[in-house]
Structures are given as structure tokens and as C-alpha cells.
Write a protein that binds this ligand. Structure first.
Ligand code: AMP
Ligand code: MG
Length: 363
């Protein structure tokens, strides 16, 4: 069943690839390497662990200096547990989840959901309104039919897409307090474009409550950065590397951020090719087809939920409308990578100009 929270067969978009080669490991610690080396004299190193959840890879890195390693490890266990809990209510894979229940009762009756799912649905509708429907969590029937994770995915015909499009419209979500109803039978919610960011924010909040203030959580390319100028790395900013959308294992460039959410949506994350055309998982709800204008969007925002929702939104809106939305929003910055002849070009929002460094990190 195609879904944003389904198990992923490919390495999905992440700033730090799952199996770190020497090169990417060096890239990860690029700006911080010297200070890490200096600290390691005193036996200080970040605590880092990886796992899989919500159909993708997760890594948690704790840079706080005065924290017992056992405590840091226990905190990472709690983060993984919390993410599994969110997956269990947000996935549209299982009928037992809140979203599964809403979908199973589409066109039939209202379903009570947990407060946090109700809030996520509400927030999603706000992004739909802001983007005039470029972001729309009712894309479920399209995602399901495209089935990008199938072993033998196929291109949907215009007639098939036209048959599905009447089911895709956020205006047909009726939301009140903690109850959700989908007006038409066959409608399906899919939180794949926002739930990972939310899980990252929950993880950061959990770690903060326990006194950890220098951490990076990466869930499938959705990063939560909490950075108060870590003592361990002697740096007031964290360096974020952006994956090259067309060259596996290579970096497109990097920039530094303070406490924030950073999310990337890319056409290389889930896709198949047919007749030389790439069909990927970020869909234009107005046509039912993959959005075509860009190949990757990275958003820096105040939190990861916002960054996640906006990276998908801007991807669908494309260069012109997408960049103008970024510029209109306060405290939001972004980078759009697009095809330019045989190569790739990129656009930066005004706040990232002068901060983004293109290319592989040098030694
Ligand atoms: P992301 O990787 O955050 O850009 O999210 C992509 C996922 O969100 C897809 O795998 C779908 O499950 C879902 N999705 C695809 N297109 C849209 C859209 N236009 N609005 C909202 N969700 C979408
Ligand atoms: Mg997203």
C-alpha cells in the first residue's frame, strides 16, 4: 500500500547517508572535525545511534558534553520509542491507527482521533490553504494507486488519474475538535509529508526536557537541530550537508544553522523510471502526476514539522511560486535545486545567500 509512512526500499533523502563511507563520515564532521579531535583528548565524543522507523532511517546524535553516555543512550532509546508511537497513530498502512480509522470510515462516519493527530490534520489544512492546494493530505488515493514502492510500479493513465482526482481535495475534510470526517467514500488521508517532521519535533522536545540541548535528530531527511553553542564542538552553529540529488553518496553543498528544523524533499527519494521519465512520490494534487519543476527543496524553519510540510509544498509549487512563498514567510529560508540543461542549478532565499557553500567539502 503506497504511503509516505510505508517501509522504504530505497535510501531516502537524508543529509547523512545511512551507511557512512569514510567520505560521508568526514563530511558529517567537516567543520567540526578539529574541535572534535581536540575534545577527544579528554575522551569526549558525541553519542550517536541509528535505527529505522516510519519506513526510513533515523539517527540521533547528542553533542552535550557533560552527559553520562548511559544516560544519552537511554534518551536515544526513548526517542526511538516515541517515534514508533507516532508511527502507530499516523500511518495509513494499518486500519488500527487513527489515520487508518479515518480512512476506513470515509464517506460513512466521523472518527475520534488523538489530539495530536487532530492538530496535525488542522495544521496540514493550513498549509493547503496557504498554498492553494499544492500541499494536500488527501492525496492518499493517488499515492496508493501510483504505488511507488511496488516491485512493478506502472504509469497511471490520464483516465485513471481523472477518476481519482475528485477524491483529492482538502476542503472535503471535516474537522472539529478531535473528530475527523472525510466527506467522500474512497478518500484517504496520507500524513507522509508532515508526520516525520512532527516526530522529529517530539524527539527534540523530549531530549530538551531531559536537559540535552545540543542534538541533531535526522528522520529520513527531516532534521531537528537543537544547538546552544555546544561546548563539545566549540561552535555556535551546526553544519548541514545537502545530498546531491543525482550523485549517490555525494554532497551538493552545505550551510550552517542554529536551533531549527531542516527538511529536504527530493525526486530521488522514491521513484521509478519508465520510458526515460522519472515518476516520483511528490504529487501535484491538481493533476495527480509527479510535480515536475524542481528536483529537490530544502527548507530551514523554526521547527521540523513546518520545514517538512513546506519542503513538500515548495516542491509542488515549483521555482517561482515556491521561492515567493519562502520569501513571504517569516523565519523560513530555503534552497531549490532544479534541472538546467544537462546539469543542476539552484536558487537560494535571501537569508541563505552568502551562507550556502556549493560542492563537496574540502579537507
Ligand atoms: P516529503 O518527502 O516530505 O516531501 O513527503 C512526500 C510524501 O507525502 C509522499 O510519499 C506522499 O505520501 C505524500 N505526498 C505526496 N504529494 C503530496 C502533496 N502534494 N501534499 C501532501 N502530501 C503529499
Ligand atoms: Mg515534507
Amino acid at each position: 500500500m503506497g504511503s509516505g509512512l510505508s517501509p522504504d526500499k530505497r535510501t531516502v533523502g537524508r543529509q547523512f547517508p545511512p551507511r557512512m563511507t569514510r567520505k560521508t563520515l568526514r563530511a558529517f564532521f567537516y567543520a567540526q572535525l578539529l574541535t572534535v579531535a581536540a575534545c577527544s583528548n579528554q575522551g569526549l565524543e558525541p553519542v550517536r545511534r541509528e535505527s529505522t522507523v516510519m519506513g526510513t532511517f533515523v539517527s540521533v546524535t547528542i553533542f552535550d558534553e557533560h552527559v553520562r553516555r548511559e544516560f544519552a543512550q537511554a534518551m536515544i532509546d526513548s526517542v526511538f520509542e516515541e517515534m514508533k508511537r507516532i508511527e502507530s497513530i499516523a500511518t495509513d498502512y494499518a486500519d488500527s491507527s487513527d489515520i487508518g480509522q479515518v480512512n476506513a470510515h470515509a464517506g460513512i462516519e466521523t472518527v475520534s482521533v488523538s489530539k495530536e493527530i487532530a492538530r496535525l490534520v488542522e495544521e496540514s489544512i493550513l498549509y493547503s490553504e496557504t498554498s492553494l492546494g499544492a500541499f494536500d493530505i488527501t492525496v492518499g488515493p493517488l499515492v496508493h494507486s501510483w504505488d511507488f514502492l511496488s516491485d512493478s510500479p506502472r504509469v497511471l493513465s490520464r483516465a485513471e488519474l481523472n477518476g481519482l482526482l475528485p477524491l483529492v481535495n482538502y476542503r472535503n475534510i471535516v474537522w472539529e475538535n478531535d473528530k475527523v470526517f472525510l466527506k467522500k467514500k474512497g478518500m484517504r488521508l496520507d500524513l507522509g509529508a508532515i508526520a516525520k517532521g512532527y516526530a522529529v519535533d517530539r524527539a527534540i522536545a523530549l531530549l530538551k526536557r531531559r536537559g540535552l540541548t545540543n542534538v541533531i535528530v535526522d528522520l529520513g531527511g527531516n532534521l531537528g537541530v537543537s544547538w546552544d553553542g555546544t561546548r563539545l564542538l566549540d561552535s555556535t552553529r551546526a553544519t548541514i550537508f545537502i545530498r546531491h540529488p543525482r550523485r549517490d553518496g555525494e554532497m551538493f553543498g552545505h550551510f550552517e544553522v542554529g536551533t531549527s528544523g531542516v527538511s529536504t524533499s527530493g525526486d530521488y527519494q522514491r521513484y521509478f523510471t519508465s520510458g526515460g521519465v522519472r515518476y516520483h512520490h511528490i504529487l501535484d494534487p491538481h493533476t495527480g502526476e509527479p510535480a515536475r519543476d524542481v528536483v529537490s527543496v530544502t527548507i530551514v524553519a523554526g521547527d521540523a514539522t513546518k520545514a517538512d510540510a513546506l519542503s513538500t509544498t515548495v516542491f509542488v509549487l515549483g521555482r517561482e511560486k515556491g521561492m515567493s512563498l519562502i520569501e513571504d514567510l517569516k523565519d523560513v529560508e530555503g534552497m531549490i535545486i532544479h534541472e538546467q540543461g544537462d546539469t543542476l542549478g539552484y536558487m537560494l532565499s535571501s537569508g541563505l545567500k552568502g551562507r550556502f557553500v556549493w560542492g563537496e567539502p574540502r579537507d
